[in-house]
Every structure is written in C-alpha cells, then in structure tokens.
Design a protein around this ligand. Structure first.
Ligand SMILES: C[S@@+](CC[C@H](N)C(=O)[O-])C[C@H]1O[C@@H](n2cnc3c(N)ncnc32)[C@H](O)[C@@H]1O
Length: 273
C-alpha cells in the first residue's frame, strides 16, 4: 500500500525531476555536492556520495539495492566500477523511465542495473537477499521511518548492510525552524541519530557507524544567496508553485544546518544474523 508521504513524493519528483537535472551540472545527481578534502571539482563533489557507497561495498558483495534511486546515476556509477548487480527503486515512474533511458545509452558496465517503480516503505516481495542497500537523500521522505527500516531489513540478507546518507536532527523536533524543511523539502522524517538507531533496531538493524559529512557541504553558494534574497517572493508563491515551495524548503534546510539543528550524515547499519 502506498503511504501519503509516498504519494506526495511521487507527485513532486514526477513534476520536478527535469528541473533537478537542469540544475545538476550534467551529473544527474539529485543530491548535494560534498567537498571532501580529496575532491577537486564539481563532478567529484556530486559523485562523492557514490564514492562513499562504493567504499562500503566489499569484494564478496554482488547485489546492491538503491532505495530512492533518482534517475539511476548511483546504480550506473557503481556498476561501471564494480562487478555488482544494482536494482534501483524510485516512487517516481518518470524517474524510472529516465533511469532506463540513461542505462540503455550508457557504455559497458562490469555489473548489471535494473530499475523499478516501487515504494521503499512497501517493497515488492521479490526484492530480497541483497548484500548492500543504500539511500542517498531519500530517507528523509520515508513515511514512516519505521517502515523504511522494516523493508530495508527484509530486503537484506543476514549480515547485509544498509547505508543512509541524509539529514539528521540534532535537537528539539518541535523547533519551528524545522517546519519549512518538513513542508518545502518534503521531509517526512527528521530523526536524530539515537532515534534512527532505535527504529532500525526494532527492524533488526544495528547501527554500526555514523560519520558527519556536514563540513563537506557548501552552504551559501551564489545560487543559494540568490534564493535567500528571493525568499519573500518565493514565500508568497509557495501555495501556487511546488518549485517555489521546494526553494523555501532548501533555504530553510541551509539555515538549519548553519544553526546546527541538522547534520548531514552517513549512517551504517548491519542486519543481525
Ligand atoms: C532527493 S532524491 C535523491 C535521488 C538519488 N538518490 C540521488 O541521490 O540522485 C529522493 C529520491 O527518493 C525517492 N523516494 C521518495 N520517497 C520514496 C518512496 N516512498 N519509495 C521509493 N522512493 C522514494 C524519490 O523518488 C527520489 O528518487
């Protein structure tokens, strides 16, 4: 059964994916740049999240599940570099259509890729036995987070690992500065690390690591400053335009990071055997 949050995410990504692709510097990554010390250019910053996932895939791992796969960029990036078979699921049929198109036009891969429209809070029964599952900037859309962890755990083999790269809360869930992030960013789930660990534990997943990637973000780029300056107009337009709404959400997200209310983290979980 598709949840309300999933239905909202589907509408949002079906309508707006082409705008994300236009603003993504040609790398087709629908997530933020990460300027780790070894990153030297924008392409590297957009693929850094993919490199972090690749690092976590061991020599024995063959099957990988991308929960919230966007237009398939991570799957193609991984299968090009590693002998892995990647299944990507997105709630957006439009994204899956684009992912399949980009895969068909892609050069040789060391593994395989396959994409499906599916809700990661109610995965198809056949998606089981994966060595690794990962979610880049999709976990915040989970409605509810407990269902995300339950389904991820079900999809993994015993001993399999789940990687989540996303925003986590550091303080009071009722802080009003988070409101625009929740609505504009469609962030149904803004949990703290201990809350994520407790929810995952209920699903049989143990938190084994948590790395703060926040310092690698570049907040306040010129386009962010322009969007900040346009906030009065964007706030007036938000009820009529999902794009204006998302720019209000993105600005709020940046302000929450600056205020230390959010961190951007890589969380590692293992499915108990
Ligand atoms: C910010 S985009 C990130 C896409 C991709 N991971 C990337 O980094 O380019 C969020 C993704 O989560 C997916 N998503 C949101 N809710 C979902 C759900 N309930 N089930 C499956 N995918 C979902 C969206 O369709 C979209 O692909």
């Amino acid at each position: 059964m598709t949840t309300t949050g999933a239905a909202r995410a589907r509408r949002y990504y079906d309508a707006n994916t082409w705008k994300f692709l236009l603003s993504g510097s040609g790398q087709r990554a629908i997530h933020r740049e990460l300027w780790a010390p070894e990153v030297t250019d924008l392409k590297g910053a957009l693929h850094h999240a993919h490199d972090l996932v690749a690092t976590e895939i061991g020599p024995e791992d063959r099957s990988v599940l991308d929960l919230g796969c966007g237009v398939g960029t991570a799957a193609l990036y991984l299968a090009r570099r590693l002998p892995v078979d990647v299944v990507g699921v997105s709630i957006s049929p439009e994204q899956v259509r684009l992912a399949q198109r980009f895969a068909a036009a892609h050069g040789p891969l060391r593994g395989t890729v396959r994409f499906e429209t599916a809700d990661f809070t109610a995965l198809p029964a056949g998606l089981v036995g994966f060595d690794v599952a990962f979610a880049i900037e999709s976990f915040v859309h989970a409605d509810p987070a407990s269902a995300f962890f339950r389904e991820a755990a079900r999809a993994l083999r015993p001993g399999g690992r789940l990687l989540v790269i996303d925003d986590v809360r550091t303080g009071d869930p009722a802080d009003p500065r988070l409101d625009d992030v929740r609505t504009g960013w469609h962030a149904e789930t803004l949990v703290s690390v201990p809350e994520a660990a407790a929810l995952a534990a209920e699903a049989g997943l143990e938190l084994t690591g948590s790395t703060d990637l926040s310092p690698y973000q570049r907040l306040g780029r010129p386009r962010d400053r322009l969007i900040a300056a346009l906030q009065p107009a964007l706030r007036r337009a938000r009820s009529r335009s999902v794009w204006a709404e998302s720019l209000v959400g993105g600005d709020a997200l940046q302000r929450c990071h600056r205020a230390g209310l959010l961190e951007y983290r890589l969380l590692r979980f293992v499915k108990r055997s």
